[in-house]
Design a protein around this ligand. Structure first.
Ligand code: MV4
Length: 480
């Protein structure tokens, strides 16, 4: 592979290009009219404008991107995350045009894109699953029988669902009929597929996912877990590796289960197997994400492996040279997603120009960034500015480094999730490791953030007064 095209923008496009560069591979960026001066365009060896700002007229135009790739004699396409990364038709089209899709085969993408197909694929592999059914259901009477068997509360899920869309918690039998109707109509309008199924509702789960890598020679490795329970409305905000609640035994059990899921769909490349973990530390397979994930850096830091490099080698047909026994967890890593969103105003996108934009640096600090000072934050795309990542010898050190890095990250012109991150990393529940997916809902409100800011301002003011009085004393000395 001599040249690859990155079908993405922002930090992930740059992240992928950095590794390509390191491997001596030339890079091609694609961009929309809104991204003409974006850092990912400047970073690439070549760059081609593919359309107007809205993503359905640019970054989602699969055929256009393939056309560019062929014209520039590209060997492979890296899709990043989001956009076309989990589009099975695109992956197939790429291969049909004699280009390499740096990712799994379209068949695996298709299977894992449907929760029911995924359940079906893994059913002979002895993977722990939440009690429930593995086929679409429309008959309320049947649903009632099943729900009683499973026991309330139950959860209705859309097979084609993602990001919590089409999910309905049902507390008791009399709500079941109406909730099922709603779930089916929501799924139909959102995904064009009204298939829903029923699972036992795990009330206070943690979200723990396993990174896997599979090559074309039959090797499948797991790169341990990421804890992603700190999320807000299905949007992750803080991730870490390792999880503070896994024992070595549990870690191995989940790792092996994850590799079996990969095997079940004949997986290739980087993938993530999501599990729920209940209060008794029992884990259940949820779904598999068939892409490189936003939070992959925390895994890179604790394993010392460049996952993008491995993706590219696998796509070239190489066998992984590492063995499972070679992989170990070293230290602890945290990630904060820095969004241009206002934590004091319901996390609404905060648009504007980055008047000041200075990244923190130092030992144990990594920033995967897609922006620079003076740039506007486009309204057309996900408002994530960067990922602030810290690495320490243990969790406490990683938290300290993260807090310092937040303090040394200077952004003016837009509101960001930096203060929210500070709130999380200072919170007792986070520090103790005793939290679940309800963390944000349970502990966060704009008031607590305001109150904290007020207290800190007060302390700062007191310190300033003290210093002033000190200075006065010193100044007076000579006149004595
Ligand atoms: C669940 C669950 C509880 N019980 N399934 C949310 C999105 C989709 N990936 C699956 N999700 C959940 N499935 C059962 N049987 C709770 C969630 C859930 C969740 C999962 C992971 C991270 C954050 C979450 C927030 C709310 C609900």
């Amino acid at each position: 592979m001599k040249k690859i095209l990155i079908a993405n923008r922002g930090e992930i496009a740059i992240r992928v290009m950095q590794t390509a560069q390191k491997m001596g591979i030339k890079t091609v960026a694609v961009y929309s009219e809104a991204d003409r001066n974006a850092p990912h365009v400047k970073f690439a060896d070549e760059a081609v404008c593919i359309g107007k700002a809205p993503s359905n007229q640019s970054y989602l135009l699969g055929s256009k991107i393939i056309e560019v790739a062929k014209k520039l004699h590209v060997d492979g396409i890296h899709p990043g995350y989001g956009f076309l990364s989990e589009n099975a038709d695109f992956a197939e089209e790429v291969e049909k045009n004699d280009l390499i899709f740096i990712g799994p085969k379209s068949r695996a993408i298709r299977i894992m894109g449907s929760k029911l197909a995924a359940k079906d694929a893994v059913k002979n592999y002895n993977i722990p699953m939440v009690p429930g059914i593995d086929e679409a259901i429309t008959d309320v009477k049947k649903a009632k029988v099943i729900a009683k068997e499973i026991g309330f509360p139950i959860l209705i899920k859309a097979s084609a669902g993602g990001g919590g869309k089409g999910m309905r918690v049902v507390e008791d039998e009399k709500e079941l009929g109406s909730q099922m109707e709603r779930a089916i109509s929501e799924a139909t309008s959102a995904f064009g597929d009204g298939s829903v199924f029923i699972e036992k509702y795990v009330t206070s789960p943690r979200h723990i996912e396993i990174q896997v890598m599979a090559d074309s020679h039959g090797n499948i490795l797991y790169f341990f877990e990421r804890e992603c329970s700190i999320q807000r409305r299905h949007q992750k905000v803080v991730e870490e590796a390792p999880s503070s609640i896994l024992t070595p035994e549990l870690r191995e059990e989940m790792g092996v289960a994850a590799t079996k899921v990969a095997k079940a769909c004949d997986y290739l490349g980087a993938g993530t197997v999501e599990f729920l973990m209940d209060a008794d530390h029992k884990f259940y397979f949820l779904e598999m994400n068939t892409r490189l994930q936003v939070e992959h850096p925390v895994t890179e830091l604790i394993t010392g492996v460049d996952l993008v490099e491995l993706q590219i080698k696998i796509a070239r047909g190489e066998a992984m040279s590492i063995k499972q026994e070679d992989l170990h967890i070293n230290g602890h890593a945290l990630e904060l997603r820095v969004y241009a969103e206002d934590p004091l105003n319901d996390f609404l996108p905060s648009v504007g120009t980055l008047e000041t934009y200075k990244l923190p640096t130092g030992k144990g600090v990594r920033v995967d960034n897609g922006f620079e000072e003076g740039m506007e934050v486009p309204i057309y795309y996900d408002p994530m500015l960067s990922k602030l990542i810290s690495y320490g010898k243990d969790r406490d050190e990683a938290i300290q480094i993260m807090l310092k890095a937040i303090e040394n990250y200077y952004i003016e012109g837009v509101q960001t999730t930096l203060p929210f991150g500070k709130f999380v990393f200072e919170h007792e529940a986070f520090r103790s490791g005793n939290f679940d997916t309800h963390f944000v809902k349970n502990y966060y409100s704009p008031e607590v953030l305001n109150k904290k800011a007020e207290e800190e301002a007060k302390i700062a003011a007191e310190l300033a007064v003290k210093q002033y009085l000190q200075d006065q004393k010193i100044l007076r000395l000579p006149t004595k």
